[in-house]
Design a protein around this ligand. Structure first.
Ligand code: ADP
Length: 423
């Protein structure tokens, strides 16, 4: 199948042809007007010359000689009336049906001479004007064609750029970009495509980092488990010694699995399940659940609440508070305090868990919400978690339309707050 290399835009052709026809029409009308006025002008000159001749003839001879001159000099369709001493002589045929008549009358001794001739108003544009107009139009059409061809060439090359970029992205190379430039729709396509590719690139990078982090997190307990198992099999250590370590690593792995499941379910959330939730009751039931654990750890756990109801998702609120409380228990030594609170402050519901535990240094305060991030103190602790808790809490808070605030001072304690809008 033959392929047209530079198809001409049909609109350009239509506009070009229409403007050519319009320009030709205008040119012909103008040129015709100029032509007929030129005819009238030459008629005037001719008639004046004729009259002058006639006057000279009449003043020097008879009307017969006028007739002679008339025969010789006058063109067809002209009519000459000579009036001398009341006697008129008419030469030429009557001008019947003539629309534009040029009449000129000159007094002579004892009378007058009147000459009438039809004006040629025929459509007779001067040839050179038509020629110039056609030349200009040819140049205009030629330029239109060339401009159109170059625009088509540019469009084609930009479309090819877009196709190449799309092919690269389809093969997993998210660094491909179309860039700006070209006709307006391609510029818009490029901007949308590049934004999409940037987003895909960042999701891809995040996933790779996540997998690397996960592999790293899983490696430690798996290595420990395999080491202890092998040692038990080899009989290097007694089973009783290995048991506690194997149990702790298994717990760690199952916690990790549980938190990964929570993260996945937050990512794959469909519709929200909203209901009118009594937030004070939710916070209080968690207090009741965790109070015995706090007591066992020698921590004084307190609850203070005011009645607040909100159209929200109870499960997500519980997820956030559970993470705060678990962390507070994890990073608060025996003999210290943990307070759980629910209150309404300036149209915002604030659910807070404060402790008088380790506290967090300012340089860690933003980063602890990152996946698998733990402070050195937390890493050193045997009771350390997975580093996913606050990531889950922050995602849940965002899903609820709220956010998390943190106030903390090393050695003094921390105050984690879930803030939800209340109207
Ligand atoms: P983890 O499972 O390790 O607790 P989190 O994401 O819940 O993971 O917390 C991240 C890090 O934030 C913890 O490792 C710890 O260093 C710090 N952190 C969280 N809560 C507290 C707290 N109440 N007091 C001191 N440090 C905290």
């Amino acid at each position: 199948m033959s392929r047209r290399r530079f198809p001409i835009n049909s609109r350009v052709v239509v506009v070009g042809v229409a403007s050519t026809i319009a320009a030709l029409l205008v040119t012909f009308i103008i040129a015709g007007t100029i032509g007929s006025s030129r005819n009238a002008q030459s008629q005037r000159v001719e008639n004046t010359a004729m009259i002058e001749l006639l006057v000279r003839t009449v003043s020097g001879g008879s009307t017969e000689s006028v007739a002679e001159y008339h025969k010789l000099l006058l063109a067809e369709n002209q009519r000459v009336t000579v009036i001398v001493h009341g006697h008129s002589t008419i030469f030429g045929d009557p001008l019947i049906g003539v629309q534009h008549l040029f009449t000129m009358s000159v007094p002579i001794a004892g009378g007058s001479i009147t000459i009438s001739s039809p004006i040629d108003k025929s459509f007779d544009p001067p040839f050179e004007i038509v020629l110039i107009t056609l030349g200009v139009l040819l140049i205009v059409l030629g330029s239109l064609f060339l401009a159109n061809r170059s625009a088509n060439r540019q469009t084609r090359s930009r479309v090819e750029d877009a196709v190449r970029a799309a092919e690269r992205v389809s093969l997993g190379d998210f660094s491909a970009r179309i860039g700006s430039g070209g006709p307006e729709p391609i510029v818009r396509l490029g901007a949308a495509f590049d934004a999409m590719a940037t987003r895909l690139e960042s999701i891809d990078r995040e996933q790779r980092e996540f997998l690397a982090d996960l592999a790293h997190e899983i490696a430690t307990p798996i290595q420990a488990l395999s080491g202890f198992s092998q040692a038990v099999i080899d009989g290097t250590i007694p089973i009783d010694t290995a048991q506690a370590a194997i149990e702790s690593q298994t717990t760690r792995l199952s916690e990790l699995l549980d938190e990964l499941t929570q993260l996945r379910s937050l990512d794959a959330r469909g519709e929200s399940h909203l209901s009118e939730v009594d937030l004070e009751a939710v916070a209080h039931s968690l207090y009741v659940e965790f109070k015995p654990i706090a007591n066992a750890a020698g921590i004084d756990m307190q609850f203070r609440g005011e009645s607040v109801t909100l159209l929200t998702e109870q499960k997500l609120v519980e997820t956030v508070l559970r993470n705060f409380i678990t962390n507070a228990l994890r990073y608060t030594p025996s003999g210290k305090r943990i307070g759980i609170r629910c209150r309404l402050v300036h149209q915002r519901v604030v659910l807070s868990v404060s402790d008088t535990g380790l506290g967090i240094a300012p340089e860690h305060q933003q980063r602890i919400f990152d996946r698998f991030y733990r402070t050195t103190e937390a890493r050193d602790r045997i009771s350390g978690g997975t580093g996913l808790g606050l990531t889950i809490a922050r995602r849940a808070a965002h899903s609820l339309g709220g956010h998390i605030e943190l106030e903390s001072e090393p050695g003094q304690g921390s105050d984690f707050r879930l803030v939800l809008p209340h109207d």
